[in-house]
Design a protein around this ligand. Structure first.
Ligand code: R5P
Length: 311
């Protein structure tokens, strides 16, 4: 089976970096959009191939998701020998439980759709929920960008620096950064008021007079980072705050919000398109080498244990 990289429209720049790193030509294909908004992706010449479909499901999440499903189906119907969905940012992962009556479990619905469309395997990067794989009937490989981002943060490490988890859900992630950087971790108690507003209520741990590195899996509206940074400053943390997250969605007013904060560095990966062209001094730690390494090994049926989030 020949290795082929198919790209949706969500992040063609990433797909092209991955293809170059692998020395593979990206598959020719196009996406038609009908006047009513329907999408029709077309892929050519995949019969018998080992196809990797690169399509993060960032904003607009539902359009990118439908495009992913149709691309997988197109590869399957085109006779691909194996189809792997490379979805570095997996939208709907935050809907992994019902927080009140009447809600759906979006992550589970999307998982079923991806498997039913015909994917043999899914590859994600630092998914919001560690339990994502359990929702799927197909194997899920959860890679991590944390070692690469931590490496980019090394120049900021001083003996008194503290890693901050902006909520309880980020504690494990903060501990991973803390262990890679040789630093202590503290966490913030956060309450979500609605989709765009959160309340950062208390810092659990010492930040007074210290430089801080706030880490999260994703930045969406920037509400979590804004509330956390303001609370850290109120608690006497040093003004030069560093923020790092795997996925930069920068939805809604995120750019304006983050621009108002005294951030020394803001580091994200290129899991989502467009981060390089934001009106913010964002530093990008590319996941293309990680994806290329993973795809190469999966293609050759080699182990990838050392690249996984749980490693
Ligand atoms: C929440 O549990 C996530 O880990 C992020 O903290 C959250 O999704 C970020 O969203 P926003 O930037 O809108 O606060």
């Amino acid at each position: 089976m020949s290795l082929r990289i198919a790209s949706g429209t969500a992040n063609r720049a990433l797909a092209s970096k991955v293809s170059s790193a692998l020395g593979a030509d990206p598959l020719a294909g196009e996406v038609e959009r009908f006047p009513d908004g329907e999408l029709r992706p077309v892929v050519h010449g995949v019969r018998g191939d080992d196809v990797f479909v690169v399509q993060p499901t960032g904003p607009p999440v539902s359009d990118h998701l439908v495009e992913l499903l149709l691309l997988i189906d197109a590869c399957r119907r085109g006779g691909a020998g194996r189809v792997t969905a490379i979805v570095p940012y997996f939208g709907y992962a935050r809907q992994d439980r019902r927080s009140r009556d009447g809600q759906a479990i979006g992550a589970r619905v999307v998982a079923t759709a991806v498997a039913s469309a015909g994917a043999d395997r899914l590859v994600v990067v630092d998914p919001h929920t560690a339990g994502l794989e359990a929702m799927f009937a197909i194997p899920v490989e959860a890679l991590t960008a944390v070692p690469a981002i931590a490496n980019a943060l090394l120049p900021d490490v001083t003996p008194d620096t503290v890693v901050v988890a902006p909520d309880l859900g980020a504690v494990k992630l903060a501990e991973r950064y803390a262990s890679l950087l040789g630093l202590p971790a503290v966490f913030v108690r956060k309450t979500r008021v609605n989709g765009t507003t959160v309340r950062a209520e208390e810092v659990v741990g010492q930040v007074d007079g210290r430089p801080t590195i706030v880490v999260d899996d994703m930045i969406s509206t920037g509400g979590t980072i804004e509330a956390t940074v303001r609370l850290l400053l109120d608690n006497g943390a040093r003004l030069d705050v560093v923020v790092a997250a795997t996925h930069g969605l920068f939805a809604g007013e995120a750019v304006e919000r983050l621009a108002r904060l005294p951030l020394r560095r803001l580091v994200v990966t290129d899991s989502l398109g467009g981060v390089e062209s934001l009106a913010l001094p964002v530093e990008v730690s590319s996941i293309a080498p990680l994806l290329a390494l993973t795809i190469g090994r999966l293609h050759r049926d080699e182990p990838i244990d050392d690249l996984l989030a749980g490693a």
